[in-house]
Design a protein around this ligand. Structure first.
Ligand SMILES: [Mg+2]
Length: 227
């Protein structure tokens, strides 16, 4: 009775202190001459695809063929430079939780980051190797599509599981768990307030991954038993 654990990245596993936003601002200015294009874009729980589309809209620019690819090409080395200058902060309890969930299931990613960005962020804190697979912002502009994408990849990789759990820091993570029929666990270390997270009715709300570890494992055992 194994569980497929789908981890969000920003605000859940780590905090990059705005490295993604800074790199996108710089890339956008390089391509279009518009400074701080992402300053008013809301990032939390969104996919990179959706974030980029909104920046074009706010800048009053038409997103043409090839713009997205050019932006990504400019973004990735700028993200890497920021990650090299300031190592992301791994949030409390992450490594112990990954050890624990690895024993009762499979660790995977479900993130709005494009895969290349996710790779760079997690590699910066030696966490990339802890995940067997992922569903990313490249897979769909809508986060709510991503649970089935991750489950299909897990099956194709030969992983067996009887339930799926999504762990994230925003109301969008909870919505995406619901859309995919997964268990929803929300953590208060990121973008949404505890009040907002509670209001969207996750199966479990935890302060951080350290204090929430036992409760999360108990929920997994309980759901596995009641199937
Ligand atoms: Mg997040």
């Amino acid at each position: 009775m194994k569980t497929l654990f789908l981890y969000d990245i920003d605000g859940t596993l780590l905090s990059t202190g705005g490295a993604g936003r800074g790199a996108l601002n710089e890339a956008f200015e390089l391509l279009h001459g518009v400074p701080r294009a992402f300053s008013k874009v809301h990032f939390g729980g969104r996919t990179d695809h959706g974030i980029v589309s909104q920046a074009y809209e706010l800048a009053g620019l038409q997103q043409a063929d090839g713009h997205r690819e050019a932006l990504i090409e400019a973004y990735l080395p700028r993200l890497q430079r920021r990650l090299d200058e300031r190592r992301p902060e791994v949030l409390p309890g992450v490594r112990a939780l990954l050890d624990a969930t690895d024993r009762v299931g499979h660790n995977a990613l479900l993130t709005g980051n494009m895969e290349a960005g996710a790779h760079r962020k997690l590699r910066a804190v030696e966490l990339w190797e802890r995940f067997q697979l992922g569903a990313y912002g490249d897979d769909s502009p809508r986060r709510n599509d991503l649970v089935p994408v991750a489950e299909e990849r897990a099956r194709r990789a030969g992983l067996e599981f009887t339930q799926t759990l999504v762990l994230g820091d925003t109301v969008h993570d909870v919505a995406c768990a619901r859309a995919g029929g997964a268990i929803a666990v929300a953590v208060c270390t990121g973008w949404s307030t505890a009040e907002d997270l509670r209001a969207c009715g996750p199966d479990l709300l935890i302060e951080d991954l350290e204090s929430g570890l036992e409760g999360l494992l108990a929920l997994v055992r309980e759901r596995a038993a009641t199937g």
